[in-house]
Write a protein that binds this ligand. Structure first.
Ligand code: PEP
Ligand code: MG
Length: 898
């Protein structure tokens, strides 16, 4: 096994082995670019060290061999007294971890060689300053001395001399400081600063290895979900100096603007300085364009190199460089980070330049970036006052007056006020209030709580589970940590992308990308060049438009919407939905209709029940007519009633109080009492596993028949009117094929009746949700009675993990995430190994029974980027998600297929 690679030996594809920095230094070296010679110690060596506590045996000799070669090439030896070779020792992991790990410059300087450096380069002051820097950096990062001790000594030296900047210290001052620094090292570590150059180097290498497990690095990796066992490479690079005078300097550059994607000269330059000075912000940099005036030859060479790098990497690169006495050196390059907007623009620009094709362009953007571009956001330049933080449940930026109940939300919004609905948690009764609000804030509940799911469905901003905010709905106020009290009517701002809650109004900027999807902004696929795009309208919109058409051209998955009304359906269609994958009919029974359901539940006699059903039928039918019209020609999957019945009844505690009060006051209360008895009867300890879904249809006679009749009659009405309705009837929470068979028989009878009565051939299909483990495990049998499966991954995740979808995210998921048990909530991204493997197996078993079985998914995962790739891979026909996530799903489906 080889542990050391010369820069001439590696290449950019060896990031696992050489780290990002080392791989790219090698790549640049091999491109013939001016990289100071050096070599890289592999991550494998680091791993051996981390596992065993010592460097691999072969490492020392390999380093010696490479150091020999380097010394020969440079014509001087490391730390040689009369003309020392100096090197930098830098960390460089596979994923960049900015500022997290160690670097030591000027290795090789010692009491013996400092005079030689002075004579050969830069003079006395420069040499002593370099030595001072070495002891300081080495002392702090390698020997673990408190950095403040050096800083204090440096400040004291300046104070004693009556100056304010380092530059005003002369060679003698710095020489004294070196002695003092050496004293600090001796005192703090009980040993002298190592004078032997090779020992300096070996200790620095070991320090870089150790820094992989530093606290900062570990924390960063956890946040960024970088595996903890990759290890870091170490780059040993001959030093070049940007601080040798006005003809030297150092800078950073981007091959295009990381904020806008525009090509041009972007970067900063600092004359007569070393890299650390730029990072430390010690002196003001000048724009890179000024380098043309300062050193035209280097500038021209840099521009040419930047072009070479862009053409070679076919992407935006960022660069660190140094100029030493008029000679340009490249110290680092990598694919540059960029804003979401720039990612889209750059991808299309590179296609136009012929550097990448459409498939590659799709890999350069993500659904997450598109989602970012779609939400209005708070102006990041604005001043803000943070009240607290919750779960970022539905992105966006919302500002309004605090209201603590839905009634007030509706009333105030009718009179033109913008409001934020603040609740401990929401329930179906809050729907009107949620619709009337700009955004929703709750102190309880997770990402699949009622507030979160409904808000996402509406594309409304939501922060949920902000537990540090105490919501007191009775007194209409909220208390933030520190005792700040927000009364009803006070303005708050909530950021659904970060979960932050602010006091007062934070200014908001709208998203042009949504304006485009809504059809309020023009886009033109023919606008292929940058200039044409700019002329046709907003450049970002043109780029998004083109990327969407690439994705649509490539994807195999269809994308449908979860939508329950004509308005959402119409929007979904504008956003590119190819049908409705889930219409939750329970959402049609809210508001004023709730009482009709109440009557159905409370019916004592068959007549009463038929009457209640009869009253619901025309309303349901009218809903479906509208929905089929909005989705004319496209499939609409209507799911029969799912939630537990008690959700339609009043709250048990409130009702008990009412009954008790009425009793005490001796007021008539027979109705309340009856209601209370019914509520008690239906009350379940575990409603999610209780009387819901298909179980309801089997227990309440006539309920599913009424819904099927409404669907069939609506379809017949649309067909007769010349429309093209394509309804699909879906049965929820099926666990065994027998349940489905019973419902199916009844449904087929009703449909036949309607067809006969209306003289139509409706071609309704009947299918089921697969959202219980038993359904997935017996999918082969269930497919006998189902023409399609739609995976309900919300309930499937809940039941496979045994996690209550309404509770766990706000209770213990934070602890789970911190412990790394999973990187992301399984309610957000499909758990491939567990839930996912059931989906895969059920899809296969279903198709084995019925080869033309249509397969989709309608849980929240249908709009999650990573999950979309998984559903593509297991061969589903479509994903279904809330209207606002449709563009993201289209893009990701395209990326998955590209
Ligand atoms: C599901 O369980 O994934 C699903 C789509 O149904 P609901 O969220 O309505 O339970
Ligand atoms: Mg479900």
């Amino acid at each position: 096994q080889k542990f050391v690679y010369d820069f001439t030996e590696g290449n950019k594809d060896l990031k696992d082995l050489l780290g990002g920095k080392g791989a790219n230094l090698a790549e640049m070296t091999n491109l013939g670019l001016p990289v100071p010679p050096g070599f890289t110690i592999t991550t494998e060596a680091c791993k051996v060290y981390l596992e065993s506590g010592t460097e691999p045996v072969a490492l020392r000799d390999e380093v010696s061999a490479h150091l020999d070669a380097l010394e020969k090439q440079m014509g001087k030896k490391l730390g040689q007294a009369d003309d020392p070779l100096l090197v930098s020792v830098r960390s460089g992991a596979k994923f960049s971890m900015p500022g997290m790990m160690d670097t030591v410059l000027n290795i090789g300087l010692s009491d013996a060689s400092v005079a030689g450096l002075a004579a050969q380069a830069g003079g006395e002051r420069f040499a002593w300053d370099s030595y001072r820097r070495l002891i300081q950096m080495f002392g702090k990062t390698v020997l673990g001395v408190d950095g403040d001790l050096f800083e204090e000594a440096l400040d004291e030296a300046k104070r004693a001399k009556g100056v304010t900047t380092d530059v005003e210290l002369d060679a003698a001052d710095l020489q004294r400081l070196v002695e003092e620094f050496k004293g600090i090292v001796a005192k703090e570590t009980g040993r002298d600063f190592p004078q032997e150059p090779r020992e300096q180097m070996d200790l620095a290498i070991r320090a870089v290895f150790d820094s992989w497990n530093g606290d900062r690095a570990k924390l960063y990796r956890r946040q960024e979900r970088i595996p903890g066992d990759l290890g870091t490479a170490v780059n040993i690079c001959s030093m070049v100096f940007g601080n040798l005078g006005p003809d030297s300097g150092t800078g950073v550059a981007f091959t295009r603007d990381p904020a806008s994607g525009h090509q041009g000269v972007y970067g900063d330059y600092l004359q007569n300085a070393q890299g650390e000075d730029v990072v430390a912000g010690i002196r003001n940099t000048v724009p890179l364009a000024d380098l043309e005036r300062i050193d035209k030859a280097s500038y021209d060479q840099l521009m040419q190199i930047m072009e070479t790098l862009e053409t070679h990497y076919k992407d935006l690169c960022d660069i660190e460089f140094t100029i030493e006495r008029g000679k340009l050196w490249m110290l680092q390059t990598r694919i540059g980070k960029r804003t979401a907007g720039a990612a889209f623009r750059i991808a299309t620009q590179l296609v136009d330049q012929g550097l990448i094709d459409e498939a590659e362009a799709l890999q350069r953007v993500t659904g997450g970036q598109l989602a970012q571009l779609m939400f209005p956001r708070f102006d990041d330049k604005a001043k803000t006052e943070l009240l607290g933080r919750g779960i970022a449940a539905s992105p966006g930026a919302a500002v309004g007056k605090a209201v603590f109940d839905s009634y007030t939300a509706v009333k105030w919004s009718r009179s033109g006020e913008k409001v934020i609905l603040i609740r401990r948690e929401t329930n179906p009764d809050d729907l009107d209030g949620m619709i009337a609000s700009e955004g929703i804030l709750t102190s309880r509940g997770g990402k699949t709580s009622h507030a979160a799911v409904v808000a996402r469905g509406m594309g409304k901003t939501c922060v949920c589970g902000a537990e540090e905010l105490e919501v007191d709905t009775k007194r209409r106020r909220m208390t933030a940590p520190g005792g700040v009290v927000i009364e009803e009517g006070e303005v708050v701002s909530i950021d659904g992308s970060t979960g932050k809650v602010y006091l007062g109004e934070v200014p908001v900027v709208p998203s042009p990308v949504v304006e485009y999807f809504e059809g309020r902004m023009q886009a033109d696929a023919a606008a292929v060049s940058d200039e044409a795009a700019a002329a046709a309208g907003d450049e970002l919109v043109q780029a998004v438009h083109r990327m969407m058409s690439y994705a649509d051209g490539k994807r195999r998955l269809q994308v449908r919407a979860n939508a329950d009304n004509a308005e959402d359906a119409a929007r979904a269609r504008r956003f590119g939905a190819q049908g409705i994958g889930l219409c939750r009919t329970e959402h049609m029974f809210l508001g004023e209709r709730r009482e009709m359901v109440e009557r159905l539940i409370l019916a004592d006699t068959e007549d009463e029940r038929d009457e209640a059903l009869g009253a619901l039928l025309p309303l349901q039918k009218a809903d479906f007519v509208e929905l089929f019209e909005a989705m004319d020609g496209l499939p609409v999957t209507v799911r029969l009633l799912d939630p537990p019945l008690h959700e339609f009844l009043p709250d048990i505690t409130e009702l008990s109080v009412r009954v008790a009060l009425a009793e005490a006051r001796r007021e008539p209360h027979e109705n309340e009492l009856r209601l209370l008895q019914a509520v008690h009867k239906l009350h379940e300890q575990n409603p999610m596993l209780g009387l819901r879904g298909v179980r309801l249809g089997l227990v309440i006679p006539g309920l599913f028949a009424m819904q099927v009749r409404a669907i069939a009659e609506a379809a017949a009405e649309r067909a007769t009117a010349g429309g093209d309705p394509r309804a699909e009837i879906m049965i929820p929470l099926v666990g065994t094929v027998q349940e489905l068979e019973i419902v199916r028989e009844e449904a087929e009878r009703v449909i036949a009746e309607v067809e006969q009565a209306t003289g139509t051939d409706l071609r309704l299909t009947l299918g089921t949700m697969i959202e219980l483990p038993r359904a997935a495990l017996t999918a082969g049998q269930i497919a006998e009675a189902a023409e399609f499966f739609s995976f309900g991954t919300n309930d499937l995740t809940q039941t496979v993990w045994g996690f209550s979808r309404d509770d766990v995210e706000a209770s213990f998921f934070t602890a789970y995430l911190e412990k790394g048990i999973f990187g992301v909530s399984p309610f957000e991204t499909i758990d491939k190994d567990g839930v996912g493997s059931l989906v895969r197996a059920a899809a296969q078993a279903g198709r084995a029974t019925r080869p033309d079985l249509k397969l989709g998914v309608c849980g929240e995962h249908g709009g999650d980027p990573e999950s979309v790739h998984f559903f593509h891979e297991v061969g589903l026909d479509y994903v279904s998600c809330s209207p606002f996530r449709i563009p993201v799903a289209r893009l990701e489906a395209g990326r998955a297929a590209a």
